[in-house]
Design a binder for this molecule. Structure first.
Ligand code: M6R
Length: 624
């Protein structure tokens, strides 16, 4: 999973490519590179093992002369260690064809064997490099008298060689190629990995995601699976993999590039934690009242009758989005509706067992998570209807799903998901409320009360954020702890899982989330004197049980921080408290996760970790 940029047009090629790569670093950041064609039609290639800042420095020291076209790449290693040799772009033997790629070429070993037998020399361990050599082979097989032809006359030849090369590939790819002999055109192809083209004036862009070029243009065309693009400075043509020309209309993106900047915060993660009230507000706006009314139904394409017809709701997702699904399962069950939640990556066989009439709810911030997309295709093959909850307009998931419910959180850049989680929860609360009203589990009065309580949440989030300094102080006190436990029950159990995930991913310390009642069945054995244990214990029907589980942990030496409200603080005996504003127990996850996000943030800050780009991770996981 990697980020791709491409540019053709003016004379700012390396600037645009590098700026785009910086914005795509969340997709992978173990190595990066750019290639451009210079004014003499020679290839300029710079790559580094490491971050885009290092690449930028190198490009400044040794700039390209007069380039109008190029491609760039930031990598998250799949085949071959993170190194300069394995960094993209990759070239053919002639150093004329250059390729950047996101995805996995499943048949690359077969292809490589054939290419080696034909005399090709490889310079990397990547699957991607085969693509450059196949294009070289296809160009040869077209028997063109290159020297006798003008560069623009070579464009149909390059296109055909690229198209034929793509036909040989199996697996998943978003790829882009440039041929130095034909610098008026960049080619791009997509299969199971995102790719979008941006339309400028006298210049055009290619990227894995719009944030790479939003400051230049908001007019974009998303490529679908099986589509190619021939991008010139003054026009773009789209084709199927079979070479049939396609008419595709641009759409206008509403985000602006400053929405993706840090806005005075030290890290995107902290900024995004502080944007959560807005994320919930925007996701709920205009969709809640009256519950059971038509606003959301019109958007989804659901009627109340359809909502009554589904036999069960099956949530699928990965990581943080999966934790949102677990809350969703609890909510639906609370209303007496059948609901299940599974990791998308563990769903394959279960998909085949889906009962007729199942609604699969796939939750994904990016809408590009390969595990989730695969699970969706399995679910659809089994005959289920799929509803996508996603933050990303035009993402693959939106095109694979029958229904789409957008969260309106704005771009989330920090690898650790925060505001997107709150947006997912808000969307799930909306959905559960509408289902419950349509199916008669909420009468009119209760539906109104549910909606009113939910509408209070953005204000309560702001109040919760006022505890930041207290939370930071508590976190600093634990910054050298090597193990953390998070416990809760019922609708807040997923929040314990999320609290542990947040610490693990940005602080690299061991943390576990447990169902509080499960502790005594084994995990309690790991408690030692002074071990930090965070108990999520707002007022609820399970409060007495959670308080009992806290006592059991304390008796074994745990140092307990309790996330409570004023009433539950009187019941739970802890050494420190984070006191949240009161809300109905059903809505407590929307608040209780916030202190855990801040706690993780301040632990990571004290440890001086790379909070927005934690090691080994990428924002969008587009491999299975
Ligand atoms: O884009 P998605 O919501 O599908 O991503 C799913 C997970 O990869 C993601 O939530 C991941 O767990 C985050 N890094 C957690 O902070």
């Amino acid at each position: 999973m990697c980020g791709i940029t491409g540019y053709i047009g003016g004379n700012k090629t390396t600037e645009v490519l590098i700026d785009g790569l910086k914005r795509l670093e969340y997709r992978g950041y173990d190595s990066c590179g750019i290639a451009a064609v210079d004014s003499k039609n020679s290839l300029y290639l710079k790559r580094v093992s490491g971050r885009v800042d290092a690449l930028e420095k190198l490009v400044r020291e040794e700039p390209v002369k007069g380039s109008h076209v190029g491609v760039g790449h930031t990598r998250w290693a799949t085949h071959g260690a993170p190194s300069e040799d394995n960094a993209h772009p990759h070239t053919d033997c002639t150093m004329q064809v250059v390729v950047v790629h996101n995805g996995i070429i499943e048949n690359y070993l077969d292809l490589k064997d054939k290419l080696l037998a034909a005399g090709h020399k490889f310079k990397s361990e990547t699957d991607t490099e085969v693509i450059a050599h196949i294009i070289e082979e296809k160009l040869k097989s077209l028997h063109v008298q290159e020297k006798a032809m003008r560069a623009d006359m070579l464009e149909p030849v390059f296109f055909e060689a690229f198209r034929r090369a793509v036909a040989d590939l199996r697996g998943s790819f978003a790829l882009s190629a440039v041929w130095a002999k034909c610098p008026g055109m960049i080619l791009a192809a997509r299969l199971h990995s995102p790719l979008v083209v941006g339309l400028g004036k006298g210049e055009n862009f290619i990227a894995s995601d719009v944030s790479a070029f939003l400051k230049h243009t908001k007019r974009v065309v998303f490529l679908n699976d099986g589509e190619l693009a021939a991008v010139r400075k003054d026009g773009i043509d789209f084709y199927t993999f079979q070479g049939k020309k396609l008419a595709k209309e641009p759409v206008t993106i509403q985000w602006d590039s400053t929405m993706a900047e840090k806005g005075g915060y030290k890290h995107f993660m902290l900024k995004e934690i502080h944007e959560q009230a807005g994320a919930v507000e925007n996701t709920l706006r205009g969709r809640l009242l009256p519950l059971g009314g038509d606003a959301l139904k019109a958007e989804l394409g659901f009627t109340a009758e359809a909502m009554r017809g589904f036999s069960l709701v099956q949530f699928i997702a990965c990581g943080t989005a999966y934790h949102a699904c677990l809350v969703g399962r609890g909510l639906f069950e609370n209303f007496g509706m059948n609901a299940y939640a599974d990791f998308a990556s563990e769903f394959t066989d279960r998909a085949k067992l889906l009962a007729g009439g199942a609604l699969v709810v796939a939750v994904s911030q990016s809408g590009e998570t390969a595990d989730t997309l695969f699970a969706v295709s399995e679910a659809r093959a089994a005959g289920a209807k799929v509803l996508a909850i996603t933050n990303t307009v035009g993402s693959t998931l939106t095109r694979e799903a029958d229904y789409v419910l957008y969260t309106h959180c704005g771009p989330e850049i920090g690898v650790a998901s925060t505001k997107a989680f709150l947006g997912q929860l808000a969307a799930i609360y909306l959905l559960a409320g509408h289902f419950a009203a349509a199916r008669g589990h909420l009468d009119k009065t209760d539906a109104r009360r549910y909606a009113e309580e939910l509408l209070k949440i953005p204000r309560l989030i702001e109040e919760t954020l006022e505890k930041e300094a207290e939370i930071a102080a508590i976190a600093r006190g634990f910054s050298s702890s090597e193990h953390f436990l998070f416990i809760s029950r019922h609708i807040n159990f997923p929040i314990a899982l999320e609290g542990a995930l947040k610490i693990k991913e940005i602080s690299y310390v061991h943390a576990e989330g447990y169902a509080a009642g499960e502790m005594k069945h084994g995990p309690i054995a790991i408690i030692y004197k002074g071990m930090p244990l965070l108990a999520v214990a707002p007022s609820s029907r399970v409060l007495a049980l959670v308080a009992g589980n806290v006592e059991e942990a304390k008796a074994r030496g745990a140092d307990v921080v309790a996330i409570v409200d004023e009433a539950s603080q009187k019941v739970v005996k802890a050494s420190r408290y984070i006191v949240l504003p009161r809300t109905d127990e059903l809505f407590t996850p929307l608040l209780s996760v916030i202190p855990l996000q801040l706690f993780a943030y301040y632990i990571a800050l004290a440890k001086n970790c790379d909070i927005d780009k934690p090691r080994n991770l990428a924002k969008s996981v587009t491999v299975r």
